[in-house]
Design a protein around this ligand. Structure first.
Ligand code: ADP
Ligand code: MG
Length: 550
């Protein structure tokens, strides 16, 4: 029945009000994970284990070795606005991740929990339990210094949220979040256990180790350093994946302000615009960006989930970040190092007899007449082919030497990235090992986005219904295995390499013309999918230096 206009105004019972407030803080399992990780990091933990069952709806547990909660403080845990982190009056200048004293109180309202904790200065620990919205047990236990929080049956009393639950999606989001936390807090060892196994583990040694542990050694090797740069009190430092590394999702863009994972809209736009100049459309870079700003310049209280922060003068900072990213990513055409001397010395010359002058260095009239119109490369006049490997062109940037194999690789790679999908008919069943199965669940979203259509049909068995164009459907389990381990992108690069014209193949002028026409229309004509140069430029200045004309 609807409330009547004449119903009197009432003050809601405290428990109802608490539930309403809790609903805003704890909207989904991911929110619990974020709050518990914040607490563990605030407690100075160096080792954190997260355990998730059924996408967090059945269990979310976070174990840390931080300073723990004292017996006296334990009595306050779970009360609203109970926090040890704000000592002054207002949240300006907070240096901890938490500050509202809201998280644990909200979790009590929407789930059952047990906290087992022991404070660094005390001989015994405390068990704090809460069931059905009420804290009801507080008793001594023995355990190591640190805190374990176990949250069970989230939203059991909220049938609508429970019905809308999507454990697989939630798990993906949690895994991505823990990975992001691990590349920001690299001094902490993280372990993520998901139902059947460990899906992420870092050693807590240093930044490079964490990048390799989270993204894989091969990807981490191709990261470029950005910064450190400082501008009127705010500093930034970090990493960007090299120009050949890009992803279909934005979730490898990690921004942290004073150690807090967050979004600053202006900085996200700066990253996007630097990426747009260097990557194919709708592809995103790997970015790890640590911003250090005086605490008083950061407003962390602009978003209920603390996901967004406002930063004084973020526009200028964004500009500097954009410049730095552009510089690192857009090194443009690769030039030979000027230190290398190209001048032929007399003793380098073999003893030629007139009849042995190699003919491949001569341009036929046909060659010199072919023009490729300006695309993402300048207008090219094709002079010939060198060594049956390089196409030589004149351009306004100087003489360009273009590697025919890498040029073709780039053209094919971008065609594959266009993500056309081929149906596998009839669908094929692939049986995976337990490790593959866990990995596949982790990468499920990525694979789907890159054109795979996969259905979980039983423990360890997946039905493959479609694959990205360019793959051989004959050998699906091998291809899927590589896709799971490497991500779909690196197999695309391998497929392109396989299909491209080799070195030491004579090209006709017409074929060279068609190839360069396609190359100039690719998004990144100067770098092959493995990140190596496609084009060398011998410009005027370079030749002047080498010939010592001046
Ligand atoms: P906040 O983090 O905003 O202070 P919470 O509700 O998340 O609020 O936590 C309340 C208080 O409980 C914290 O201020 C802290 O004193 C204590 N606490 C929570 N989790 C931990 C933990 N893992 N280790 C030590 N203390 C903790
Ligand atoms: Mg907190």
């Amino acid at each position: 029945m609807n409330a009547q206009a004449t119903d009197p105004i009432r003050i809601l019972p405290a428990q109802v009000a608490a539930r309403i407030a809790a609903g805003e803080v704890i909207t989904r399992p991911l929110a619990v994970v974020r709050e518990l990780l914040d607490n563990a990091i605030d407690a100075g933990a160096s080792d954190i284990e997260v355990h998730i069952e059924h996408g967090g709806y059945r269990l979310i547990a976070v174990h840390d070795d931080g300073h723990g909660i004292s017996r006296t403080d334990a009595a306050l845990v779970g009360e609203r606005h109970a926090t040890s982190k704000l000592t002054g009056d207002e949240p300006a200048g907070v240096t901890t991740l938490g500050f509202r004293g809201e998280a644990l109180a909200s979790i009590i309202a929407v789930a059952d929990f047990d906290i087992r904790t022991r404070h660094a200065g005390e001989p015994v620990g405390t068990l704090i339990s809460a069931r059905a919205g009420c804290k009801d047990v507080l008793r001594p236990i023995s355990r190591n210094v640190g805190t374990s929080v176990e949250v069970r049956d989230l939203f059991a009393a909220y049938p609508v949220r429970r019905a809308a639950a999507d454990p697989a999606r939630e798990l993906g989001a949690i895994q991505r979040w823990v990975a992001r936390a691990a590349v920001v807090h690299t001094q902490v060892a993280f372990r993520l256990r998901v139902d059947r196994g460990v899906t992420l583990q870092t050693s807590g040694t240093d930044e490079q180790a964490a990048l390799a542990e989270v993204f894989g050694a091969e990807v981490a090797q191709r990261f470029l350093r950005i910064g450190p740069r400082e501008h009127s009190g705010t500093a930034f430092v970090g990493w960007v994946g090299g120009p050949s590394l890009h992803r279909s999702r934005r979730d490898s863009i990690v921004v942290a302000v004073n150690g807090r994972l967050c979004d600053i809209p202006e900085i996200s736009r700066a990253i996007d615009s630097a990426a747009a100049e260097n990557f194919p459309r709708r592809r995103y870079p790997y970015v790890i960006l640590h911003i250090d700003a005086p605490a008083a310049w950061v407003d962390v209280n602009v978003h209920p989930a603390k996901a967004e922060v406002a930063l004084l003068d973020s526009a200028t900072l964004a500009q500097h970040i954009r410049q730095e990213l552009r510089r690192e990513l857009g090194r443009g055409l690769h030039e030979p190092t000027p230190a290398v001397r190209l001048a032929l010395a007399d003793q380098d010359l073999p003893r030629y007899r007139l009849s042995e002058v190699p003919t491949e260095y001569q341009s036929t009239p046909d060659w010199g007449a072919l023009i490729v119109l300006r695309g993402n490369l300048p207008e090219l006049r094709i002079l010939g082919q060198l060594d049956e490997t390089l196409i030589v062109c004149a351009s306004e940037l100087g003489t360009l030497l273009i590697d025919q194999h890498r040029a073709h690789e780039r053209v094919i790679y971008e065609a594959l990235l266009a993500r056309s999908t081929v149906a596998v008919q009839p669908a094929v069943h692939v049986t995976l090992t337990q490790r593959q199965d866990v990995l596949l669940q982790t990468r499920f979203d990525d694979l789907t986005e890159s054109g795979w259509s996969l259905r979980d049909t039983g423990p360890g068995v997946w039905q493959v219904e479609a694959v990205p164009a360019g793959f051989d459907p004959e050998d699906l389990s091998a291809v899927l295995d590589r896709a799971i381990i490497d991500g779909s992108e690196s197999i695309l690069a391998a497929a392109a390499c396989h299909a491209a014209i080799r070195k030491r193949r004579p090209l006709s002028p017409g074929v060279a013309h068609a190839l360069l026409g396609a190359l100039t229309n690719t998004a990144q004509p100067a770098t092959c999918p493995h990140g190596q140069p496609i084009v060398l430029r011998l410009d005027r200045q370079f030749l002047e230096r080498q010939f010592e004309w001046r």
